[in-house]
Design a protein around this ligand. Structure first.
Ligand SMILES: NC(=O)c1ccc[n+]([C@@H]2O[C@H](COP(=O)([O-])OP(=O)(O)OC[C@H]3O[C@@H](n4cnc5c(N)ncnc54)[C@H](OP(=O)(O)O)[C@@H]3O)[C@@H](O)[C@H]2O)c1
Length: 289
């Protein structure tokens, strides 16, 4: 089975490349400069050269706040780019594995009661920022243009590569004793290594459709920061603040827990969020050695 990985220079893309190397997969990977998914011709040429069986799309416009201004750019990558890949996969009979986000949900706090175990895959989507809207549009186009797809929604993605919340907290801890972190947004992290491994299990079972892959447990960003410092044995005080005390250009969902039941019913057990964190911290420490 030949894999083609797009967005290979990003957080998840680099994780896929490392996994593919470690597991002897037959693969070709392309960074954004090597393959621009918004360019239909480039996509067609890459498909002609490689004849992939599985396309792993890690390319995305992920600048959540900037997207409020760069609306067209966000849509062109997160919707237009996905349509290009889906159409190209359709032509050559390849499967498209695409990643989306918890930000497709409105995340109103009352949904904590409506969906106490997290949003299931078929819950209604109503994004509250441009990034979420553009990702939702990509989901819709994917399903319209291809039947052999895996659409994997992840949340609070953190891995050893690129930048993410865990790495930001560790960096800030280098010269601060106290860090303010929002305490009114609830969800659960997806760990890049876990997402890649679980997704590949789904691919190997020829699974089709939409799956949520995040960790077991619900927490706020402040809870997450405290656990990072506890596991790292760092004496940093986490000052719990509200989102209104940390204004950003894009609105964030107050509740965006993803329900992992569908994956669990397929026999793939979710990782506990604290166990996942400990594995990730180990990876980050090993990388520093
Ligand atoms: N990060 C999170 O917290 C989070 C949460 C939920 C879901 N997700 C989803 O998970 C997936 C992976 O996210 P990530 O954290 O790995 O994002 P990332 O680190 O920002 O990586 C995205 C990659 O896509 C590339 N890219 C951008 N435009 C492209 C284009 N037109 N053609 C080809 N490549 C392009 C970027 O390259 P440049 O850097 O050169 O632009 C970057 O290398 C995305 O679908 C994202 O929406 C992420």
């Amino acid at each position: 089975m030949k894999y083609l990985i797009t967005g290979a220079g990003g957080q998840l893309g680099m994780e896929w490349v490392q996994y593919a190397q470690a597991n002897d997969l037959s693969f070709s990977s392309y960074t954004s400069t090597e393959l621009d998914i918004t360019d239909e011709k480039q996509v067609a040429e890459a498909f002609r050269n490689l004849s992939p069986d599985v396309v792993i799309n890690c390319a995305a416009y992920t600048k959540v706040d900037l997207a409020e201004k760069e609306i067209q750019k966000a849509y062109s990558v997160n919707a237009g780019g996905v349509k290009n890949l889906a159409s190209a996969c359709n032509k050559v009979g390849a499967k498209l594995v695409h990643f989306s986000t918890d930000y497709v949900f409105s995340g109103v706090i009352t949904d904590k009661e409506t969906y106490p175990g997290g949003y299931p895959e078929d819950a209604g989507c109503n994004p509250i920022n441009v990034y979420g809207e553009s990702k939702r549009e990509g989901e819709i186009l994917l399903q319209q243009h291809l039947s052999d797809f895996l659409l994997i929604r992840v949340s609070w993605l953190c891995g050893q590569f690129g930048s993410n919340f865990v790495k930001t907290m560790l960096r800030l801890a280098e010269n601060r004793n106290e860090i303010s972190v929002v305490d009114d947004q609830f969800g659960s992290p997806s760990y890049a290594f876990d997402v890649v491994e679980k997704t590949d299990r789904l691919i190997k079972r020829s699974a089709i459709g939409m799956y949520h892959i995040s960790s077991y447990g619900m927490l706020s960003w402040a809870d997450y920061a405290e656990e990072i410092f506890r596991q790292m044995r760092l004496t940093i005080k986490v000052k719990r603040i509200s989102s209104s005390q940390y204004p950003l250009d894009a609105n964030r969902p107050a509740y965006s827990l993803l329900c992992n039941k569908k994956m669990e019913n397929a026999g793939i057990k979710p990782l506990d969020w604290k166990d996942g964190l400990s594995q990730l911290l180990q990876q980050i420490m090993d990388e520093k050695k």
